[in-house]
Ligand binder design. Structure first.
Ligand SMILES: [Zn+2]
Length: 296
C-alpha cells in the first residue's frame, strides 16, 4: 500500500518536473541563440524572434505560447492532461505545440516511478532517501540534456556542470549511507576513466563533442562502480546501433548524419544504475552455462 502511494506521488511529481524540464529546454535554447548571435555566428532569425520572449526577467515570468505569445492559464499547464485535451494544439492560435513537452512529462514520471521500484538500495535511512532524492534531481537534469541534445546536438554546459555538482553530493550521500560499501575508490576512478576518458578520446577524433565527455564525469559518479560504467557505455552503443540499423535500411544514413551520443549515454546509465547488478549477474551465469556446454 505504501509502495502504491509513493508511486502515485512520484508519478505526479514526475509530470510536474518533466514540464519544468521542458520549459528549461526552450529557455536554454533562447539563451544559446542570443549568445551565438553575439559571437557573430549565423542564427535562425525567425527562431530567435520566437524564443526571445522567454528571456524576460523572472518577475514577469509567465508561460506563453511559443507561436502567438498568448499567456497560458493554469488549465493550459496541467501536465499531459492539457496536451491531451487540446490534442497537442495551442488553445488560442491552434498552432501545434509539438510532442516534446508531453513526452518529457511522461518520460520523467516513468523514470521517477521505475527508479523507486527498482532502486538497488534499501530506502530506510534518511541518508539513503537523500541520495535517492539527488538521483531524482539528476533525472530532471538528464531529461533537459536528453531533449536538448536530441534536438540540437549539444549538451548545455551549465546543465552539465550542475549535474556534476548533484553527482558529487549523490556520491557522498550514497557512500555515507553504506550504498557503496565494499566498492574501492579506484573502481569509481576507473568508472570516470571509462566514460569520460573514452568520450574524450572520441571528441579528439571528432566523433563526439566535448560535452559528452563532461557528461561522462557526472554519470560515473552515479554509476559508482567500473563494471556498471562499462555496462552503461555498452548499452549506450547497443541502443545507438538499434536506432541506426532501421535508418540504414531506409537508406537515410549518409555521411553527414549527426548522431547525438548524450541521449544514449543517459539511457544506458539509467538502465545500468537501476538493473546493472542483475544484468551483470545474468550475463555471468549465461556465460558460465555456455562455457560448460562448450566443454562437454
Ligand atoms: Zn498559440
Amino acid at each position: 500500500m505504501e509502495q502504491l502511494i509513493v508511486s502515485v506521488v512520484l508519478a505526479w511529481l514526475g509530470t510536474m518536473f518533466g514540464s519544468f524540464a521542458g520549459a528549461q529546454v526552450w529557455r536554454l535554447r533562447a539563451k544559446q541563440l542570443v549568445e551565438d548571435r553575439r559571437n557573430g555566428e549565423s542564427v535562425n532569425a525567425q527562431e530567435l524572434k520566437q524564443l526571445k520572449g522567454l528571456l524576460r526577467p523572472a518577475i514577469s515570468d509567465r508561460s506563453e505560447c511559443l507561436h502567438c505569445h498568448h499567456a497560458l492559464a493554469w488549465y493550459d499547464l496541467v501536465p499531459l492532461a492539457s496536451w491531451a485535451a487540446l490534442r497537442g494544439r495551442c488553445r488560442y492560435c491552434s498552432h501545434s505545440i509539438g510532442r516534446m513537452e508531453p513526452l518529457m512529462e511522461l518520460g520523467v514520471a516513468v523514470v521517477f516511478v521505475t527508479s523507486y521500484l527498482a532502486w538497488p538500495q534499501q530506502l530506510t535511512s534518511p541518508l539513503s532517501i537523500a541520495a535517492f532524492a539527488m538521483w531524482l534531481i539528476a533525472c530532471v537534469l538528464m531529461a533537459i540534456l536528453f531533449a536538448y541534445d536530441a534536438k540540437w546536438f549539444l549538451l548545455p554546459f551549465a546543465i552539465n556542470i550542475l549535474l556534476i555538482v548533484v553527482g558529487v553530493v549523490f556520491f557522498a550521500l550514497f557512500a555515507l549511507s553504506g550504498g557503496s560499501a565494499g566498492v574501492p575508490l579506484w573502481s569509481t576512478l576507473l568508472a570516470l576513466g571509462i566514460i569520460a576518458g573514452l568520450y574524450y578520446l572520441f571528441s579528439l577524433m571528432g566523433w563526439s563533442g566535448l560535452g559528452d565527455s563532461i557528461l561522462g564525469i557526472s554519470l560515473a559518479l552515479f554509476l559508482v562502480e567500473w563494471q556498471l560504467a562499462f555496462l552503461a557505455v555498452f548499452l549506450a552503443n547497443l541502443l545507438g546501433c538499434i536506432l541506426i540499423i532501421p535508418l540504414a535500411l531506409q537508406g537515410k544514413l549518409h555521411r553527414k548524419l549527426h548522431i547525438p551520443f548524450g541521449p544514449f549515454l543517459i539511457l544506458g546509465t539509467i538502465i545500468a544504475v537501476l538493473w546493472g547488478d542483475n544484468i551483470i549477474l545474468f550475463g555471468m551465469q549465461a556465460s558460465d552455462v555456455l562455457i560448460t556446454q562448450l566443454m562437454l
